[in-house]
Design a protein around this ligand. Sequence first.
Ligand code: GLU
Length: 486
Amino acid sequence: MADTVRVRIAPSPTGTLHIGNVRAGLFNWLFARRMGGVFILRIDDTDAARSKPEYEENIKASFRWLGMDWDEGPDIGGPFGPYRQSERMDRYLTAAERLLAEGKAFRCWCTAEELEASRQAAARRKEAPRYDGRCLNLTDADRAKFESEGRKAAIRFRLPEGPPVIVDDLIRGRVEMPRGMLDHFIIVRSDGKPVYNFCTALDEADHRITHVIRGDDHLSNTPKQMLVMEALGITPPRYAHLPQILGIDKARLSKRHGAQGVLELRDEGFLPEAVLNFLALLGWSYDDKTELFTPAELKASFSLDRVGKAPAVFDETKLLWMNGQYIRNGPAERIEADLRARIAAAHGALPAAGDAAYVGRVIALLRESLKTLGEIGPLSEFFFRDEVVWEDEAKARLAGWPRAAEILAAVTGIVKDTSPFTPEALEAAFRAKAESMGLKFKELVHPARFATTGRVAGPSLFHALEVLGRDRCLARLASAAKLPPA
Ligand code: GLU
């Protein structure tokens, strides 16, 4: 029987969880769920100075919000814990000692200045900076001298001679790294701290990881991790390096959505289902045309062989479109509750915001056009103010509109007389009136919108009028009629 799939996401708690790690987490989670495997959260906190508990909380809150549940991890434990690198230091240092004892690692007393001088010399020779191996040939006397000077030794991996290291990548295919591109890399720094490539190799082994699915920015680390595993007699997992995520201009991810933390997307009013759906398509596709997948569909259909090599493009317009789809068609109750909370936060102090039924009608109307839940605040403002708050452009256009006074009087007549006060009846009355006045329909509609909403654009005017109600509309039309013409 094949081994159970065990995969992990291993973010560093040195900042808020960003999109690249969320996408990697998602692909791991989907793969685990599809294969009936185990999804592990590991916290890569070897960098004690930069790691912060609040960032670990942010990582967990981000995955939780997206519904990406982990089966083993720092808070819930599991059979192969601990799952925080900072809690595994003894394990790393013991393994480093073992490599030292077996001659597969060596101590290096070079100072930062010496290493820098050697780097610069290599640069002058136009060679890639490589550790020159000088501490491989020290005598006992040299070592004793360094110790007596109070120097602290780092531990370096002794890079064995051999053929190129081969990564048989599930996405990238066969990737070869000639040993000349590697050197005797540090596994434990002179301050006693083990480094990422070393810790990670041990983590994969101890956590019984079967597949490492991560961003291809780590592809150059993989041979080092594999060499460490080989030295320790560990069979490496399978690797799958995910394509880069680029911004729409094919450059780095832009500041707006792509570079944001996940919880900021939540606060802006993205739905977790939409974010999952969008991220799943950053590198994976089902059939090159289907765009909308529920989390359940993703879990049922994800596979690594449909992950491409080409960089994925983070198209914010597409994310907004997708989010709009989920706002319209997603779980009505949850979305409405969220929108109510956002309206209360934005306009809670205004009297109309206390009218639950009225708020419900505003939501029903605006929900259709929202791309983020957060847009509801500004978009709904005119429903809650007693007086219209004018956009400069709306005011200027109304003031300069031909026959404005006559039009506002006609619209006032329509609003007074139309019964029932429904969008259909209002639209029919507007059409009839425009015709009898020798105006185009739009010539009547635009000024009516400016006067009743104070804005140049918005939801369907007739629906907005219906929600505002006859009295509010009449009051607004009366104040607009008093504005001075241009
Ligand atoms: N802590 C590393 C990162 O966040 C982990 C990379 C890996 O998956 O090995 O990039």
